[in-house]
Write a protein that binds this ligand. Structure first.
Ligand code: GLY
Ligand code: MN
Ligand code: MN
Length: 434
């Protein structure tokens, strides 16, 4: 019975005037269609036998869901495979046998509102525009949520996409398969458009850190520094922050994910800023630590240089074939061997209380398995830190690293990294304001 009723909307009907918001009108621009098609082909090659569904995001309500911290943002996997932002869309991949050439990928999008919507942002594109943006020759219309056929009055509505997918799975004799592992594998090596976006997010983020260093003065509030950083992101077209900005001075520099930005800075404080822009669905992850007075104290400088040396040892070790776990071992050994009596008794690794690295891309902690040996095109952070609460001294240095065929490229290198370069930029900022 269900099958007969759904049959009418299982087939793909061409959608006219679909409510698409491609990135074509965003600073990032559209994703090239040949890359989208290659990603979908890789999906079919990688996924196991079955039906895999990726749902787009839904529009959040301003009543109680607090969307003001982030406007409509597409689901990463949906954007990765379609290049569009389309609330309530769904992508369905059908693979009759793992690795077979007989698989197909379908796209369903909701129908446009019947008349101009005076309340919501205009959704660009339409009919052929949608096909041009995504590279799908046909796009199915996702019917509105409706009651199950024959359901009792008052019973819960059924999700039309669930009905469609169940019907597709039954028609092919296939089961649903989860998407997370498959998408993690696919997204691990970045293609040229992903790297274009990540590079831009990294450049914007570095510029924001430079701006903060130039303008910081003891006595400023943490939220003022946060405002400088986030203003710079938006001024360069970044859609949003990649994660809640961490702007911690003094004792707050020792709190790893401090996100309150409520303290007034004092002379002698270090300031730890871990903040990055998301641009075109890719986020950097960037941390710099600097002295609010413009000059590190000798003690701060010693700890800073130890963290910097540890990071450089990790960057130098990066190349295809090595694993993140091996790089972490190298980094911790370097810190241990170069601690001297800075953290006596014992070495400074006891104050290095978090992991060295994580993948970075569409998510700040991006998807993908961690046991994988590195390959060119993978992107991850290298972020050693030392946190000594008794001295109100936290130092972290974090950059986005691209694995190249022969080693590593630091995508966030435009933010000064050595103590001397940081002090020089802060001095330049002070001179400019005189
Ligand atoms: N910004 C969060 C992290 O570094 O992992
Ligand atoms: Mn990080
Ligand atoms: Mn970070």
């Amino acid at each position: 019975m269900v099958r007969t009723v759904v049959a009418g909307f299982v087939g793909l009907s061409l959608a006219a005037a679909l409510p698409l918001v491609g990135q074509s009108d965003a600073p990032g621009g559209p994703v090239p269609v040949d890359l989208l098609q290659a990603r979908r082909a890789a999906l079919l090659q990688t996924m196991p036998k079955g039906v895999l569904v990726i749902n787009a995001s839904r529009v959040r309500s301003i009543d109680g869901e607090y969307p003001q911290d982030s406007d409509y943002r597409e689901n990463n996997d949906f954007f990765y495979l379609t290049g569009i932002e389309s609330p309530n869309g769904a992508l369905v991949a059908i693979q009759p046998d793992s690795g077979s050439a007989g698989g197909q990928v379908l796209l369903y999008l909701t129908a446009p509102p019947p008349r101009r919507d005076a309340w919501s942002a205009a959704r660009t594109s339409a009919d052929s525009g949608g096909r041009a943006l995504t590279g799908f020759r046909e796009i199915g219309v996702r019917p509105a949520v409706r009651r199950a056929p024959g359901a009792a009055p008052g019973s819960a509505p059924v999700d039309s996409m669930v009905v469609i997918v169940d019907s597709i799975a039954a028609a092919h004799g296939l089961s649903r398969v989860p998407s997370r592992t498959v998408m993690g594998m696919l997204r691990l090596v970045k293609d040229s458009d992903e790297l274009r976006r990540l590079r831009r997010a990294s450049v914007i983020s570095a510029e924001a850190h430079r701006e903060a260093m130039k303008q910081s003065r003891a006595g400023m509030w943490e939220y003022e520094v946060e405002a400088l950083v986030e203003y710079t992101f938006r001024r360069h077209g970044a859609e949003r922050v990649g994660y809640p900005s961490i702007v911690g001075s003094g004792i707050n520099s020792t709190i790893l994910h401090y996100d309150l930005s409520r303290r007034q800075t004092e002379p002698g404080d270090v300031m730890l800023v871990d903040a990055a822009a998301e641009w075109g669905y890719f986020t950097a992850d960037l941390t710099r630590t600097y002295p609010m007075s413009g000059r590190f104290t000798p003690r701060q400088r010693s700890i800073y240089d130890l963290v910097l040396g540890t990071q450089q040892a990790a960057i130098d070790a990066t190349k295809p074939g090595i694993t993140i776990a091996e790089i972490q071992t190298i980094a911790r050994a370097w810190m241990k061997d170069h601690s001297g009596d800075l953290c006596a008794p014992g070495d400074c690794t006891r104050y290095f209380i978090h992991g060295l690295s994580h993948w970075v891309g569409m998510d700040v902690h991006d998807v993908g398995p961690y046991f994988t040996p590195l390959k060119a095109g993978m992107t991850f952070t290298i972020e050693p830190g030392i946190y000594i609460p008794g001295e109100a001294l936290g130092v972290r240095i974090e950059d986005v690293i691209l694995v190249t065929p022969t080693g590593a490229e630091n995508l966030t290198k435009d933010a000064p990294r050595t103590a001397a370069d940081i002090e020089a930029l802060m001095a330049e900022g002070r001179r400019a304001r005189r």
